[in-house]
Design a protein around this ligand. Structure first.
Ligand code: AHR
Length: 670
């Protein structure tokens, strides 16, 4: 039989259609993809996603503040550490005989009073021979072509030291940039100078030499990059804040964590000591410095250059609600558990009241004026305050009640966050919740550091929570791949994927869960104490872990209204490794579906949208890896990160192919 060209073409097309069909079914057979039918109901609304749903937990742990977010490069700039020469090296001095040919550094105490107790006295015997080195925070990161601000407070005491030269040097003593200031007064005076660095270096140091001979006193020896977040002088490290800002955080919780409580009451965090002039902020040893014998960092102190004003300002910059947490008169119960007697609690309560005035009071108030003097006459509009971190037992409840009464009687509009202790179950947890419920507490903070499988198995945790009880702040959580705070824990894909699965449960319970945050937030690659952490950095670079990427996918797609997604009428919480939650964004009129597949099988989902119609304008973000051990790194910072994908819409059915071990977000215009 002879066929015309037209007949031939029809045959080829029909054959093609059949072969395509075969290929599709072949491929689904060969991958063993599960075929599932899901339903999204657009009419079942009424529960709002709180703007605070996805936020940030910041604590000065792992060098997150000094050596991290706070961009100061000189360690122990005012000689206030317990060993006051910590961070400073005199390479030419003979430490054993104390017989230094070229000069001597001694640290003088002004007095026990006040806040900036010490200064350094340098006696230069030999012009240009005496050298002081500052080692920075595990070195100093400098960038080619970037400008740096050097400043120092100095007072000439005797002789005539005419110049102080600051050089940035590498490990071979090569000079990468330098500047000079000329002291000209025997009274304290601040000298400043800016210079450019000609070569990038991750582990630079600062070398200071003197021209002339005599005695000179020095304090607040400081070096900052000019290129800080928002260009603020002596401000925050830009790349790190950018990573935080990219999260679109709903709130910023600060300053911790256990750091709030202190290992002893004397070493608790006191916000009033962290505001005002930088040089008057009294430094304090960081409670994480020797907390873990396996990761000691005895040179870890808090300069409070990043203090409460800066935290409020950062919250404002990022459009995040500020959420300060204050001590409640109990030192860390994992350490001393020292208690303030009930009849001595007043100053602690007053600190909370004064903080509200500092944040929100107008300039006619004493603390409002302090804020204004720091450059922010407008209030910060603080809405939340947390009382206590991981406290437990009757001692906490007793003290919490006093704070609550005082705060509510003066500031009824302030929402108080209380805590349920360090564990997500058990006696402390049960007792805390029961008591707080009876008191009609507004928001209860819960913490869970658990294995990845716990996160996968507990995506229904909040399904049974009382809808009329206190709201939940999932204030600290992170999957621990080995054990809680083990130095072997990894920020790997398994931990991140498990958190993503769990987070569908947070979102699905948005009626109860109002705030959530991963913890801890940041870690210096050479200065950490606790792992896993969401962001890792060294002196020059930073990257988000897969856990960061999961947080970011949620927090940049939060939606405004909760919807239901079901399979045969059931919630999707782990059957065959599938987890899902759905929201609507009423501002953009988009349907947002989050799907996590923790199984080894691909899953082909037909998602029927009921109660409204969808367009075929779909965007897909998918993040995944077959290798559950995979991690991001300085070398491959985006190895595990969301990639754009495709999906199709047939009428009101979204066809989504979900590969194994992935987290995907589908956004569909309605
Ligand atoms: O996130 C690290 C620590 O874990 C926090 O400081 C504390 O609240 C928790 O125990």
């Amino acid at each position: 039989m002879k066929l015309s060209f037209k007949q031939l073409l029809v045959l080829v097309l029909v054959a093609g259609l059949f072969s395509c069909k075969d290929q599709k079914s072949d491929s689904s057979e060969s991958t063993g993809a599960l075929e599932r039918n899901l339903v999204v109901d657009l009419t079942d609304t009424g529960i709002q996603i709180q703007p605070t749903m996805y936020g940030i937990f910041f604590e000065d742990i792992n060098f997150a503040a000094d050596g991290g977010l706070y961009a100061e490069m000189i360690k122990n700039r005012s000689f206030e550490f317990t060993l006051p020469k910590t961070g400073w090296v005199e390479p030419n001095s003979d430490r054993h005989s104390y017989n230094n040919e070229s000069g001597i550094l001694s640290v003088i105490k002004y007095s026990e009073e006040g806040t900036n107790h010490n200064f350094a006295r340098v006696e230069v015997k030999d012009d240009e021979g005496y050298v002081l080195i500052n080692e920075g925070f595990r070195g100093m990161g400098v960038k080619e072509g970037a400008q740096y601000d050097f400043s120092v407070n100095a007072a000439k005491r005797s002789g005539d030291i005419q110049k102080i030269k600051l050089q940035v040097i590498d490990s071979l003593d090569n000079v990468l940039g330098e500047t000079v200031v000329s002291p000209d007064s025997d009274s304290w005076k601040t000298y400043e100078s800016t210079f450019t660095v000609n070569k990038s270096e991750m582990k630079a140091k600062v070398k200071i030499t003197f021209q002339g001979e005599g005695e000179i006193d020095l304090d607040m020896i400081s070096l900052f990059p000019q290129d800080t977040w928002k260009g603020r002088k002596k401000g925050l490290r830009k790349d790190l804040v950018q990573l935080l800002d990219d999260l679109n955080p709903g709130f910023l919780r600060f300053p911790g964590g256990c750091i709030v409580e202190g290992r002893t009451l004397a070493r608790r965090y006191q916000w009033k000591k962290t505001v005002g002039d930088i040089e008057d902020r009294e430094i304090l040893v960081n409670r994480w410095n020797t907390e873990f014998a396996h990761r000691p960092t005895p040179d870890y102190y808090q300069s409070f250059g990043l203090g409460f004003f800066e935290y409020f300002q950062l919250s404002e910059d990022m459009g995040a609600e500020p959420l300060p947490i204050l001590g409640c008169g109990i030192a860390c119960q994992f350490n001393t558990g020292e208690l303030v007697p009930m009849d001595e609690l007043d100053p602690y309560v007053q600190d909370a009241l004064d903080l509200i005035e500092f944040a929100n009071g107008d300039t006619s108030t004493a603390w409002g004026q302090v804020r204004a003097d720091m450059g922010h006459p407008e209030p910060f509009n603080m809405k939340y305050i947390g009382i206590g971190n991981e406290q437990w037992g009757p001692a906490y409840i007793e003290r919490y009640k006093v704070f609550e009464k005082a705060i509510k009687s003066e500031y009824p509009e302030i929402i108080i966050v209380s805590g349920s202790g360090p564990f997500p179950e058990g006696d402390y947890f049960e007792y805390g919740w029961e008591q707080l419920k009876q008191m009609n507490a507004e928001i209860v903070d819960e913490h869970y550091y658990k294995p990845p499988e716990w996160f996968r198995e507990n995506a229904d945790r909040y399904d049974s929570y009382d809808r009329n009880g206190p709201k939940v702040f999932a204030g600290e959580y992170a999957a621990q791949t080995v054990a809680i705070a083990s130095p072997e824990n990894k920020n790997n894909w398994e931990s991140a994927l498990s958190e993503a699965a769990f987070m569908t449960g947070l979102e699905r319970n948005a009626e109860v869960v109002h705030l959530t945050s991963y913890a801890p937030l940041m870690a210096h690659a050479d200065g950490w104490q606790w792992t896993p952490d969401m962001i890792w950095f060294n002196n020059l670079e930073s990257f988000g872990t897969p856990n960061y990427q999961v947080q970011k996918m949620y927090s940049t797609n939060p939606g405004t209204d909760l919807l239901k997604i079901t399979e045969d009428g059931d919630k999707i919480i782990g059957k065959d490794g599938l987890y899902a939650s759905t929201v609507k964004d009423s501002k953009t009129n988009e349907l947002i579906i989050k799907i996590v597949n923790t199984s080894e099988q691909n899953q082909n989902l037909s998602i029927q949208v009921e109660g409204g119609s969808i367009t075929d304008n779909v965007s897909v973000l998918t993040m995944g890896m077959d290798d559950l051990e995979a991690e991001n790194s300085f070398e491959e910072p985006m190895k595990i990160s969301p990639k754009e994908g495709t999906a199709s819409v047939n009428g009101d059915v979204l066809e989504a192919e979900i590969p194994s071990m992935t987290f995907s977000i589908y956004k569909i215009s309605m």
